[in-house]
Design a protein around this ligand. Structure first.
Ligand SMILES: Cc1ncc(COP(=O)(O)O)c(C=O)c1O
Length: 493
């Protein structure tokens, strides 16, 4: 196979942003509208009895409700739409304005707010693209999919009227099972298909994954666009929404990359849908997700219809408001907060590498550090613990039990630390103190891979170990053993 050589770019080496002249927009029209409506204290003759705490006024459970949700949340969680607030599926006022401002901030033609996470956003995106492509008359449009995509993309692709080819995946090293797309393979397949006249109609990519591997979007889009006049893309950037607001990182977002590549190829077309789990990297409430569309008005209409088909008809108003607020906060403060995260990551690396008190710990290279197609997300740090000090699962347990620090992912002898913008200096110091204390205080059989031919998925991180049609192999057995040891959940679908 002829390998395409990508030029190595690091996050620090990315070129300056093209949109840095835009002044931060601090307007929050939807959040303001919700506050206004909430302050009216309207009683609902429609639904949601718990709104405003009304159905629990005399309940024995009232204090538990209040302790978990708070009065403000209960008041904001209403069922208003249409004339009183705005229509979710046909927004015209406050939600329309909030989504328009978000689109401007991220550099999209249109942005949709979603209250079912990026799991749902990916479904909406794939359904819309499938609809768009089949409308051109092709019975089963050809899709080239990143094998390391999140399960939500896989499950939806599997059911759509699409002809799917998966590109290969790469692994970090034998021990950790961190994975990312084999981009040489992806480019090779795309180019060969174009050369044979049976081109791919859609490429689905995992642009920023759980473990901190981000695709070098500009180089990749430039390469793909060399082989076709138009490119249809879905890029899942679940973990990196905040990057759009950082001058050193925003140029590697799919939306910015597409803008650049189109400026260099003005006669070509890129139709792009990007999904962002706002709640993973920004100050949005859980399940808040952005879906951005760019490149084609018809595609925007298809997304709108797909949203209507797939989304709950009872979107959470607090989540919608948080998507409005999170964008405004990111415009104002995102770059500084991300700088704080990056500085913490750098300090952690220096401390464990250079200070003997932390000698039981080491920071692993980012996944794909030796792959020119990958840009490292430096806010994700894989910290290895020497087994003579602590088992990694035991370390996770002690961090939670003794220091109030939650870690989700354990891989082999390591824990994954996500230094997101909510990791304050105080939390970071607590984490360092915990490591120091643990380093000085000193320390079930695997499920069978079977012969099932469906999906086999471990969470975290939600990337299938096996996709339909793939045979179980020794690599899968080894990773199953590791998953079992690390208490991740295993699902067959
Ligand atoms: C790459 C990727 N995409 C999508 C998702 C799903 O996002 P959400 O939790 O917002 O549904 C995840 C969750 O871990 C993910 O890692």
């Amino acid at each position: 196979m002829a390998h395409v050589r990508a030029k190595r770019r690091t996050s620090a080496a990315l070129s300056p942003p093209v949109t840095s002249t835009r002044a931060p927009n601090t307007q929050t029209p939807f959040a303001d509208a919700l506050l206004r409506v909430t302050s009216l204290g309207m009683s609902s003759l429609h639904a949601l009895p718990v709104s405003g705490g009304r159905s629990i006024e005399d309940s024995e459970l009232r204090s538990k409700y209040r302790d978990i949700f708070g009065d403000a949340y209960l008041a904001a969680d209403g069922s208003m739409s249409g004339a009183v607030l705005d229509s979710f599926f046909r927004p015209k006022s406050s939600l329309a304005r909030a989504q328009r401002i978000a689109a401007e901030a991220f550099g999209a033609d249109s942005t949709f707010f979603i209250t079912g996470g990026t799991t749902l956003a990916n479904r909406v995106a794939i359904d819309a693209m499938a609809d768009f492509l089949t409308a051109t008359g092709k019975a089963a449009p050809r899709v080239l999919a990143d094998r390391t995509s999140h399960q939500s993309a896989h499950f939806c692709l599997d059911r759509a009227p699409l002809d799917i080819s998966y590109c290969n995946q790469r692994f970090c090293c034998d021990r950790h099972g961190r994975t990312w797309a084999d981009v040489n393979d992806l480019v090779h397949r795309y180019r060969e298909a174009a050369a044979s006249g049976d081109h791919f109609d859609l490429v689905v990519l995992s642009g920023a994954n759980y473990d901190g591997a981000m695709l070098d979007m500009r180089t990749l889009l430039t390469e793909l666009l060399q082989h076709s006049e138009s490119l249809n893309l879905i890029v899942d950037e679940a973990w990196s929404a905040i990057n759009a607001f950082h001058p050193g990182l925003c140029e590697n977002t799919a939306l910015a990359a597409a803008r650049h590549v189109l400026a260099e190829n003005p006669t070509k077309t890129i139709r792009l849908i990007v999904t962002h789990s706002a709640h993973k990297s920004m100050s949005a409430i859980r399940q808040g997700s952005y879906l951005h569309v760019s490149g084609d008005d018809e595609l925007v209409q298809r997304v709108s219809m797909s949203l209507y088909r797939n989304h709950t008809t009872s979107p959470s108003l607090p989540i919608l408001a948080s998507l409005d607020l999170a964008r405004a906060q990111a415009e104002l403060e995102g770059a500084d907060l991300l700088d704080r995260s990056l500085a913490c990551a750098q300090r952690l690396g220096l401390l464990v590498n250079e200070h003997p008190e932390y000698s039981g710990f080491s920071v692993e290279e980012s996944p794909g550090h030796d792959d020119p197609w990958i840009v490292p997300d430096r806010t994700k740090v894989l910290l290895t613990v020497d087994p003579s000090i602590s088992d990694a699962c035991e370390l996770r347990l002690r961090l939670a039990r003794d220091y109030g620090l939650y870690v989700a992912r354990v891989v082999d002898h390591a824990i994954l630390i996500n230094l997101h913008i909510g990791v304050t200096e105080e939390i970071f110091q607590r984490f360092l103190a915990a490591l120091l204390e643990i380093s000085t205080s000193g320390v079930v059989g695997p499920p069978s891979a079977g012969t099932d031919t469906g999906f086999l998925v471990a969470y975290p991180p939600g990337i299938p170990l096996r996709v339909p049609g793939q045979k179980a192999g020794s690599e899968e057995e080894r990773r199953l053993t590791e998953i079992h040891k690390n208490n991740a959940e295993l699902f067959q679908a």
